[in-house]
Design a binder for this molecule. Structure first.
Ligand SMILES: [Zn+2]
Length: 331
């Protein structure tokens, strides 16, 4: 039940649902929050906040908050069970998975024509063309996606709804190496890593999907969890094919569920060894939660200042990395 529910919510992000109701919000600060008028009570000043990462809402006016199912319960006056049935029905009509697939495929084709992107990957130690293809790595030069997709017959509105195009009509991803985020086999989001000065990490609005390359790694009895796809790429390249990533240190409930579905699985957590120890603290916290779900987890320490990507780019060998795994805590 828990997993089905998460899957259902991932398929229809709260924001997408609200937009179908013509709700509109403006960014509230720097984070993933939008604020707009509350659809649950009448008001003239926006106090309804939507967190597009967590897929949660909260209204400071009427005090209501929760996830998509809670929103449907409140707005449609349905029970929890009825709300789920209602959502199941919506699911088929609401999502346009082919649109994200098309965008990912387009970006993937762009990569070969953009030397600056290949050069960036090279600098990050990702050289194997077969691997680049296998990870469906793409590149968003910016400025040409809208034309391509509208030529394919997609409406501007559907592009905006998916977050591929911003409200000014420009491509949302600009000068970014792109990796598709999947839920099961469907592309549900795109992660863009800036190759320039822009903020390094960017997602489109909506949930980030499951663990990266999950279908490929789920059968391993030992898994290595890293922060980003570029960490994953260097590890796959040298043979640690049992590596996955959650696109950041925060796992969604669904990703946590994936990681803990097999209790006999051993998980090595290899987050950034940053100065302020934030990555290590998060890793220990996650290891603790996994232990609570009866999944043994070990926290791997890399030399100071390194993440798996910079460690290999800096000349580490697979044997060096294997030593780090060997010394992971607790043994
Ligand atoms: Zn309200």
């Amino acid at each position: 039940m828990g997993e089905d529910l998460e899957r259902l919510k991932q398929h229809l992000p709260l924001l997408d649902y609200l937009r179908q109701l013509n709700w509109s919000g403006r960014p509230a600060g720097q984070g993933p929050e939008l604020v707009g008028l509350c659809p649950l009570h009448s008001e003239t000043r926006p106090s309804f906040y939507v967190n597009t990462c967590k897929n949660l809402f909260y209204c400071h006016g009427c005090g209501q908050g929760g996830d998509l199912i809670r929103f449907i319960e409140l707005s449609q006056h349905l029970s929890f069970r009825q709300s789920i049935a209602y959502l199941e029905q919506q699911k088929t009509s609401a999502t346009e998975p082919s649109l994200m697939e098309q965008a990912a495929a387009f970006y993937q084709r762009q990569l070969q024509h953009c030397p600056e992107a290949l050069c960036y990957l090279e600098q990050r130690g990702v050289r194997d063309p077969v691997l680049i293809e296998e990870l469906r790595t793409g590149y968003a030069p910016g400025g040409n996606l809208r034309r391509h997709l509208t030529d394919q017959g997609y409406s501007l509105e559907s592009l905006q709804r998916a977050g591929l195009i911003n409200l000014q009509g420009c491509d949302a991803l600009y000068r970014r190496v792109v990796f598709p985020c999947r839920l099961d086999t469907q592309v549900v989001n795109l992660y863009g890593r800036s190759i320039g000065a822009a903020f390094p990490h960017r997602f489109l609005p909506g949930p980030k999907g499951g663990l990266f390359a999950w279908e490929t790694v789920r059968h391993f009895s030992t898994l290595i969890l890293v922060e980003g796809p570029l960490d994953l790429a260097v590890l796959w390249q040298v043979g640690f094919r049992n590596t996955t990533c959650a696109f950041g240190t925060h796992l969604t409930p669904f990703q946590f569920h994936q990681l803990s579905e097999k209790p006999e699985r051993l998980v090595f957590i290899v987050f950034d060894q940053d100065e302020n120890q934030a990555g290590q603290r998060t890793a220990h916290h996650l290891a603790h939660r996994l232990a609570g779900a009866r999944v043994p987890a070990r926290v791997v320490r890399l030399p100071a200042g390194h993440d798996p990507n910079s460690y290999f780019v800096g000349g580490a060998t697979p044997a060096d990395f294997a030593d780090c795994l060997e010394e992971a805590y607790p043994r």
